[in-house]
Design a protein around this ligand. Structure first.
Ligand code: GRF
Length: 261
């Protein structure tokens, strides 16, 4: 039998997904336990949820750090490689003004080095983003993803990716007049909500639905999907596969996908 999966979690808000994961661990639907919950937001209710279950918590105050970094009052992490980060990141478009991209990756990396310091106190196998509303840079991702064959950061997104990446998946789904909404769990890569897809669930959108009812239906699916995907990881049933496809026009397309065994 595999040892219990040690799960670290990052949250920014209410933490209903975190609660679903905590409950699934306690009910042994996930063969694992949450070893820490971190947040960028001191007021995140998810922190209270964790504390109620005796899970250690910490806060890295991103807003404050970003402000101080803009004012150039903070030093870069000693092991930070700006060129490498700029080359790899694709959260911001490649043609965005250089000073903006530099400001973005530097300020985030400063915050991320503090996250890494906190996380180092609690050894973990998988990091789950449960409504963590911050983009991660290659600086952080490379330090967590130490096994090239199996990524170790998962995210849940409120839309059927690759449609509607970004912060308002259900809003975008609603405004676009979609007939179906859904949620996606994926591994985190260097882009925004662009990593290999692990699982998806969907729900119908009816004419009488509003943004509120869509969010409610979506969250109910998320609470089922996230624990299920984490359990697949805990059981060692996920692996990455690089696939090459040749299109009718002769072009080749390469994609990394998740195979679930
Ligand atoms: C969820 O809709 C999740 O998909 C998105 O942020 C929301 C977090 O909700 N990433 P909660 O904090 O888990 O309640």
């Amino acid at each position: 039998m595999k040892p219990a999966l040690r799960i670290g979690a990052l949250v920014s808000g209410g933490g209903t997904n975190l609660q679903a994961i905590i409950d699934a661990c306690e009910a042994e639907r996930i063969s694992g336990k949450i070893v820490f919950v971190g947040s960028d937001n001191p007021d995140a209710f998810g922190l209270n949820r964790a504390q109620k279950h005796g899970i250690p918590t910490f806060v890295v105050p991103y807003r404050e750090i970003i402000r101080q970094s803009r004012e150039k009052r903070l030093a870069w992490p000693g092991d930070f490689d700006l060129e490498d980060c700029l080359k790899k990141q694709h959260v911001l478009p490649k043609d965005a003004p250089t000073h903006r991209v530099v400001q973005f990756v530097v300020s985030r990396a400063i915050a991320e080095s503090r996250l890494l310091d906190e996380m180092a106190k609690y050894p973990f196998d998988l990091l789950v983003l449960a409504g963590f509303m911050r983009n991660l840079t290659p600086y952080f991702i490379d330090r967590v993803n130490t096994d090239p064959l199996l990524p170790a950061i998962m995210n849940i997104h409120p839309a059927l990716l690759p449609a509607f990446p970004g912060t308002d998946g259900y809003g975008d789904t609603f405004r676009h007049g979609c007939r179906v909404g859904g949620c996606t769990v994926h591994f985190v890569d260097y882009g925004e909500d662009s990593g290999p897809i692990i699982g998806q669930r969907c729900f119908p959108i009816l004419p009488e639905d509003t943004l509120e009812t869509i969010k409610k239906k979506g969250l109910e699916q998320e609470w089922i999907l996230y624990p299920e995907c984490i359990q697949a990881y805990a059981e060692g049933r996920l692996r990455l596969e690089r696939r090459t496809h040749s299109l009718d026009n002769g072009r080749m397309v390469e994609r990394t996908v998740v195979v679930r065994e």
